[in-house]
Design a protein around this ligand. Structure first.
Ligand code: GLN
Length: 257
């Protein structure tokens, strides 16, 4: 059989289109397509989640989410949303899970489902470098107190300081830190590990001695009733927490503390 060059080239092109198209369909649209899981976080909370010099969202929580995604072959997408907007974004279906150093609380349990806990924290206090230390709750009276909107730190301040002090809520922690350095607020209440981080990272602020033992435990939140996703998250978290990887992550992000 004599095949002319034109026919051969045409045949090759047609075969390439069919093979390429099938592969494209399989991996991008069909059964080979990886599941995309969207994580929401408030990337102002180092070392749990923050934006690095390259502009990437990194941190302890991000590595935890990556571990979970890797275990199941999911593609992880990250959306940076101010903390207060995370639960509404989850409910609206814009994100699939919240990994944001989010404390498991009874109020939140009513509107989302939480994973098993993966980290414990208290509340800490940041002050401007050189200002007098804060050692007791009373030291926070008659002051301007900054908090992050929608957080347990805000709830604690509203409950314990509202009668004595002015409480100012910021959407983003970095804006609250800027306000602290500028002297608009006298103290900033936020999760203790994050206060430690900012205190070490910046010469302009320092961590006060007062630690408020709120006994908080962080969990990953999913939409109410999203049991399929929650079970997978719990299985991966349980495996991670009992592995050396977990301690390597602690060492990497908290320097062994
Ligand atoms: N753990 C605190 C909370 O759940 C603060 C979390 C945060 O600001 N990212 O409210």
């Amino acid at each position: 059989m004599k095949v002319d060059v034109k026919t051969a080239v045409l045949a090759i092109i047609i075969i390439a289109i069919i093979v390429g198209g099938t592969a494209y369909w399989y991996f991008y649209i069909g059964p080979g397509k990886p599941r995309v899981v969207v994580m929401g976080t408030s990337a102002d909370f180092p070392p749990f989640e923050f934006v690095d010099e390259q502009g990437n969202i990194v941190g302890f929580d991000v590595d935890i989410a990556k571990y979970i995604a890797h275990k199941y072959g999911w593609k992880l997408e990250i959306k940076d949303i101010a903390f207060e907007g995370l639960i509404p974004a989850l409910q609206a279906g814009e994100i699939d899970m919240i990994v944001a150093a989010m404390t498991i609380t009874p109020e939140r349990e009513e509107v989302v489902d939480f994973s098993i806990p993966y980290y414990n924290a208290s509340q800490g206090v940041l002050i401007k470098a050189g200002n007098p230390d804060i050692t007791t709750v009373e030291d926070l009276y008659n002051k301007k107190i900054g908090v992050q909107a929608g957080t347990t730190g805000e709830a604690w301040a509203e409950e314990n300081l509202a009668n004595y002090s002015e409480i100012i809520a910021y959407q983003r922690v970095y804006d609250a830190v800027t306000a602290l350095v500028a002297g608009y607020i006298d103290a900033l209440i936020l999760d203790d590990p994050v206060a430690t981080y900012y205190g070490n990272a910046s010469a302009d602020v320092e961590k006060a001695s007062l630690v408020i033992d709120t006994g908080e435990r962080y969990g990953i939140a999913v939409r109410e009733g999203d049991t399929e996703l929650l079970n997978k998250i719990n299985a991966a978290l349980d495996e991670l927490i009992h592995s050396d990887t977990y301690y390597e992550l602690i060492e990497a992000w908290f320097g062994g503390s």
